[in-house]
Design a protein around this ligand. Structure first.
Ligand SMILES: Nc1ncnc2c1ncn2[C@@H]1O[C@H](COP(=O)(O)OP(=O)(O)O)[C@@H](O)[C@H]1O
Ligand SMILES: Cc1ncc(COP(=O)(O)O)c(N)n1
Length: 303
């Protein structure tokens, strides 16, 4: 009889599960922020890690209070992860203040820019710059502000670091300095402006438009020759539900996971859009709270 007391561990010689970090605020009811990101990473086969920028006393009905840990402690959390773990993807959500944005920016720049010093041999074995997705979180579905108004310009300055930004309609309007789009064409024009200004790929999410279908548009900045790769639109039927708490957080985390797993951006967006539709369709099988409930991150897995 074989020895049942020892189970062989799977080989970790080559990492096939990406290490993914969410830098975001919390939602103790589990639908948005870091809690949603961790579920979304797991639903997309990634190993989830989390650094808390802000403790948010919120539920499905709204935000009650926000506590900001000192930025020295935020930096200590970031270093604790990056000193030890090879990070494949980072999703940035709620940042809250200009000081927090500056702290995350300094950490990111040190992590990704060559220091000029010889490696000590103790760094985690990362071969490439991690994927960086920034969800420019400003206002929650409930209408509560999650970014100080005076921190908007600091957030805008942060964006050029991202591989992809994922604004919703009001966030894109703010970034473009325009009124919120009312049509997919307006959304596209604003996304082109923002993509060029910050030289960043933009996924303009159309959930807040009133159409019967929901269209997200992936927009590239113009290239060095002044041309723009054609944009791609991802359309789905609109799910009739008020359980939309955390949709933006979940989408940006899912995209981080799939890109870190090697999918192209269009492949990742197409897959995440399908997943989001079924997560919204199954949201009512959960019974969480009296307000805007969470989506069902594991609808397909549990089916
Ligand atoms: N009612 C809906 N039916 C189907 N998809 C939706 C619906 N609402 C939002 N989505 C999708 O969920 C994601 C988040 O969209 P959006 O609501 O625009 O952003 P946010 O959650 O950041 O406000 C997008 O991929 C969007 O297409
Ligand atoms: C900590 C935190 N981050 C982000 C959101 C936005 O979530 P949504 O707008 O998708 O409800 C939120 N409510 N809380």
């Amino acid at each position: 009889m074989s020895d049942l007391s020892v189970l062989p561990a799977a080989s970790a010689a080559r990492r096939t599960v990406p290490n993914l970090l969410s830098i975001a605020g919390t939602d103790p009811t589990g639908g948005a922020g870091i809690q949603a990101d961790l579920k979304s990473f797991a639903a997309h086969r990634g190993y989830g890690m989390a650094v808390v920028t802000a403790l948010v006393a919120q539920n499905t009905e709204g935000v009650r209070d926000i506590h900001l840990p000192p930025v020295e402690f935020l930096r200590a959390q970031l270093d604790a992860v990056s000193d030890d773990v090879a990070i494949d993807g980072v999703k940035v959500g709620m940042l809250g203040t200009a000081e927090i944005i500056g702290t995350v920016a300094a950490w990111w720049d040190e992590l990704t820019e060559p220091s000029g010093t010889e490696p000590s041999g103790t760094e985690p074995s990362r071969t490439e710059t991690p994927v960086l997705v920034v969800d420019p979180v400003m206002v929650a579905t409930s209408g509560d502000r999650l970014l100080h108004a005076e921190a908007e310009s600091a957030l805008i300055d942060f964006l050029h670091r991202a591989d992809l930004i994922t604004p919703n309609v009001p966030e894109l309007a703010l970034l473009a300095g325009a009124e919120p789009a009312t049509t997919t064409e307006d959304l596209l024009a604003q996304a082109e402006q923002v993509a060029d200004t910050h030289n960043v790929l933009v996924l303009a999410k159309g959930g807040h438009l009133k159409d019967a279908t929901v269209t997200d548009t992936l927009v590239h900045p113009t290239d060095d020759a002044g041309g723009r790769p054609s944009h791609q639109q991802f359309e789905s039927l609109r799910v009739e539900t008020t359980n939309t708490h955390g949709t933006g957080c979940s989408v940006s985390a899912a995209l981080t996971a799939l890109r870190a797993r090697g999918l192209s951006w269009p492949e990742a967006v197409a897959q995440v859009k399908d997943w989001m539709t079924s997560s919204l369709q199954s949201a009512e099988t959960l019974d969480v709270g009296r307000g805007h409930g969470p989506i069902h991150h594991f609808a397909d897995l549990w089916a």
